[in-house]
Write a protein that binds this ligand. Structure first.
Ligand code: HEM
Ligand code: HEM
Ligand SMILES: [Fe+2]
Length: 454
């Protein structure tokens, strides 16, 4: 940690960790309801637990993005943050809003618009928080006068993410219109501007961890972002197949969204090439695991499993089934959870006292158990989805009869999710077991990498 104000990131990461743990409690609860019996049916039904599960996901990932930005921007711009006080107030307001919104969901106080269930007062606070955040970062960069391309991509992603939240503030009476604009936020976030955020963190981490040449890395980062936009923007149409809009969206959606994985292949190759080619290595090998892991798991969860159901001829069978949940979990985890965990793992030895730079055995267990667990969860959702499509949509069995026949997959889901949750528990334990440090520490030396045998 070269700048004292970077330590504000610790508090963001700490909140993110707590909410990540809570997200899993509601995930396991939602999964248990598929198996039944459900003693909480009238107190905490499935729609409420799922809503809390997904909203907590979005809140903790965004908290992680903000913390990671507060860590990275001083480092890139070589300056202290503009205002630590503002950053802390922002965190207090954000966390209070998040918890109050979740509490409101217990009483079904929300819009009912999937993933954008936040009621209007919460949405207004979200906008205020985003403005505080962007102002603080903007002033930090302006004051330092040093602005890197990596930072530019990150800032572009964060700014556009805030702009794309604006359609979600409006209320549409007509359901088709409401669904149409919902994707401007959700799809353009996860398959557009959030990928800029991921790309910014990825480039930063690869430059720091592998000593890769900044100029080369930043040039390729632009290419990847360009590819994301070419396919991702019009690719929104893969959500317009069955929602009551004209049929021409079918071929448009199929074609452009099928191009989306190209950028994700680019990202994985980018990460792999950076570590292969560079001659030096940072001691924090655990952070490198998370960084490269994020690029590779994104290619699997978003690229491959997204492609698997993106053509209209496939999606007409799989739409809104467990196949969607399969892809949603693997994609979100690989792209956004893992990149946040990578930034945390990179920053943590500086943010806390007494921690080894290389990472601890607990840290490696956390990595592999999460990876294995999430892979197993993906398979469980996937196999459940294939059986569901066949029984319900091809053979015409009723929804509940089908659910009874695919219960074994939910047993598998709970078993693999338990492995995953233990991995997350270990990560959280590893996070909190060393005390926070507020003093500046030396940068670890990059050491020459052993040359791999051909
Ligand atoms: C990191 C990137 C991605 C994330 C986080 C992500 C996440 C998600 C989530 C959460 C959903 C469910 C949304 C809802 O129903 O409200 C979804 C749906 C979908 N995604 Fe992705 N996705 C990503 C990338 C992709 C890519 C690259 C493709 C295509 C190649 C794709 C294809 C689809 C399709 C077709 C659906 C609709 C499923 C249905 O009809 O039920 N996704 N995605
Ligand atoms: C203990 C681990 C977890 C369990 C047991 C779990 C379980 C579930 C269940 C049962 C659902 C409802 C699926 C449905 O619509 O019927 C769900 C939804 C969802 N979960 Fe998880 N989850 C876990 C962890 C995670 C993680 C780590 C992420 C992301 C990083 C995540 C992202 C999502 C998303 C995006 C949805 C909505 C998918 C959709 O609407 O299609 N979950 N989860
Ligand atoms: Fe999409």
């Amino acid at each position: 940690m070269r700048y004292k104000s970077q330590s504000v990131a610790y508090w963001y990461f700490a909140v993110a960790m707590a909410l990540f743990g809570l997200q899993l409690v509601f995930g396991l609860l939602s999964a248990a309801k598929y198996l039944g019996p459900d003693p909480l049916l009238y107190i905490l039904p499935f729609d409420v637990t799922k809503m809390i599960h997904t909203n907590l996901l979005i809140v903790w990932v965004l908290t992680g993005f903000m913390g990671a930005t507060y860590w990275m921007v001083p480092d890139e711009s070589r300056t202290e943050l503009y205002s630590v006080k503002l950053a802390l107030w922002q965190l207090v307001l954000w966390t209070a809003m998040g918890l109050a919104t979740i509490f409101g969901y217990f009483f079904r106080y929300g819009t009912g618009n999937k993933l954008l269930e936040q009621p209007l007062p919460s949405k207004i606070i979200i906008v205020v928080v985003m403005l505080m955040f962007l102002y603080n970062i903007f002033m930090t960069i302006k004051r330092s006068g040093r602005f890197t391309s990596t930072e530019g991509v990150l800032m572009g992603g964060l700014g556009l993410a805030a702009v794309l939240y604006l359609p979600a503030l409006l209320h549409y009476e007509n359901y088709v219109v409401s669904i149409f604009y919902r994707w401007w936020t959700i799809h353009l976030w996860v398959e557009g501007v959030w990928e800029m955020i991921q790309g910014g963190f990825l480039a930063y981490l690869l430059i720091r961890l592998s000593g890769a040449d900044r100029e080369v890395m930043e040039k390729w980062l632009y290419v990847i972002v360009g590819l994301v936009f070419i396919a991702g923007i019009i690719g929104t149409a893969h959500h317009y197949y069955w929602v009551g809009v004209p049929h021409y969206w079918l071929p448009i959606g199929g074609f452009f969204s099928a191009l989306e994985p190209v950028a994700l292949v680019g990202m994985a190759v980018y990460a792999y090439a950076a570590i292969r080619r560079s001659g030096v290595q940072h001691p924090n090998v655990l952070a490198l695991h998370w960084t490269v892991g994020s690029a590779v798991f994104t290619l699997f969860g978003a690229g491959l499993l997204g492609l698997a159901h993106t053509f209209p001829s496939v999606n007409k069978w799989t739409h809104g089934t467990m196949i969607t949940a399969m892809h949603g979990h693997a994609a979100f985890y690989g792209a956004y959870a893992m990149i946040v965990l990578a930034m945390i793992t990179y920053a943590l030895p500086s943010l806390t006292s007494g921690r080894r730079e290389q990472g601890s055995p607990v840290g490696y267990w956390a990595f592999w158990m999460q990876l294995g667990g999430m892979f197993g969860m993906t398979l469980s959702f996937g196999t459940a989805g294939i059986a569901q499509v066949y029984l319900e949509r091809i053979l015409g069995l009723g929804y509940l009869d089908t659910q009874l026949k695919i219960q074994v997959h939910f047993v598998m889901l709970i078993a693999t999710a338990t492995v995953f949750a233990i991995g997350v528990g270990l990560f959280i334990y590893d996070f909190f077991r060393y005390p926070v440090r507020t003093t500046i520490s030396d940068e670890p030396e990059l050491k020459p990498r052993p040359i791999p045998h051909a």
